[in-house]
Design a protein around this ligand. Sequence first.
Ligand code: FAD
Length: 492
Amino acid sequence: SRLYHKPARSSTFKKLGKDDVRHFERILPAETILATPAVGGSADPIELEGFNADWLNKYRGSSQLVLRPKTTKEVSDILKYCNDQGIAVVPQGGNTGLVGGSVPVHDEVVLSLRNMNKIRSYDELSGILVCDAGCVLEELGNYVGERDHIMPLDLGAKGSCHIGGNVATNAGGIRFLRYGTLHGSVLGLEVVLPDGTILDNMSTLRKDNTGYDLKQLFIGSEGSLGVITGVSIATPRKPSSVNVAVLGVPSYENVQQAFKLARRRCGEILSAYEFWDANCMGAVLKHQELKNPLSSDYPFYVLIETSGSNKDHDDEKMGALLEELMEQGIVEDGALAQDDSQISRMWAMREGIPESLGKTGPTYKYDVSIPIPVLYDIVGDIAGRLETAKLYTPGEPGNPVRLVCGYGHIGDGNLHLNVVAEKFEDRITNIFEPYVYEWVSSHRGSISAEHGVGLMKRDYLGYSKSPEMISYMKRIKDLFDPKGILNPYKVV
Ligand code: FAD
């Protein structure tokens, strides 16, 4: 099936036996092990479903064993044994990844970090947080929020995703425009290598130029080089004044013009510039308990956020920007949030898009970086191809494809192209793959802006990386994981 290419199981990996499970029972507390009767345990295979299937319900493995260690030492003992025995392992955080990276392809052991969820230290002066990798992003946000700080990243999956998973995928999200990449805000990592070696690089220093910065290799490595067990991260001060507005925009050209003006007028306080199209809005209004804050429908919507420290100054700037946008006819309508609950409802609208699309039907997701001027062209192009192939008629029910839509982080040049179908099937997949990757590559974009490579894009890496780069990536993988036990079949 072209739904996704499932590579054959590698015969170099040992098939898990009862003796292996006995060994894990000796090194881990009983309540941290989930083993099915097939490998000598007593867990109902249904209990392992949530670890074997991904968030999209697209990728599915058949692991018989889930280990949920509580300490770094336990992670090290597990990996050392698996490496010695040639047992393949998939590290798993909150399992919200969207590229098939977090679930086993075949029978790999699932190493879940969810029991490693303690805050190790927090320095309120510097804002530096040191914590276990399995801490849930939203819980960390609440913790630092009570201390007048925020996490430097935020995303729709915050209620489930782990900080370790965020680091492993180098997650972007809605604060990227302001606070930048995790390559900048992560100050240190504790990583267990496949042979059990603990690399303690838990620095809390902002500056440290003592040779190669090894931690950077693990940021975005998607569980292919080591298991992240601890994270040290710089958290910014909570802004004391936040403004959010949703705008109704007549064309994509105007979405860009509004971005230009927003940067010119509010540059130093602009903290987010997100957009979505009418089809995304339709799905959100149908599936979330939210109302359109604008009085009518528009082809495009923009969410602008400013964050600063002087309310009068920020209000004045945002007010002037909105006035100018309306006067020049760049936007046709706008609503400025009047209080915190309106702010959260506006954000819920943007953040509710993935879930609303999921409720509309099985969703194909392409997460690409494309130069902003042509960013939205691919949505119309794909819709056209589907129409030609008689798989889609916009607005008409009963077709194999229900919806083609686009949304994303315009400020970062990152589009989420989504196609909602009746079901995942080859004749639909064939329309996008490799077409989308060729399209992106011809504009020198990236086939993965933020979701990663995982299993989904492994065979397409060449559209974004040269043969020389891929060859060095493979050499790095071999250096850290010579037996290839860690997250096999993925990334490179
Ligand atoms: P998982 O899904 O469990 O794992 C992801 C990958 O990381 C896998 O390859 C896994 O092996 C590896 N991994 C996990 N934990 C570790 C660890 N401790 N050590 C080593 N490897 C590990 N992403 C964005 O970038 N921006 C967004 O705006 C965004 N929005 C999203 C919205 C929704 C509703 C959803 C469902 C997903 C979204 N994502 C987004 C996808 C994003 O990649 C994940 O949500 C998140 O970063 C993954 O964290 P996780 O803990 O769920 O990791």
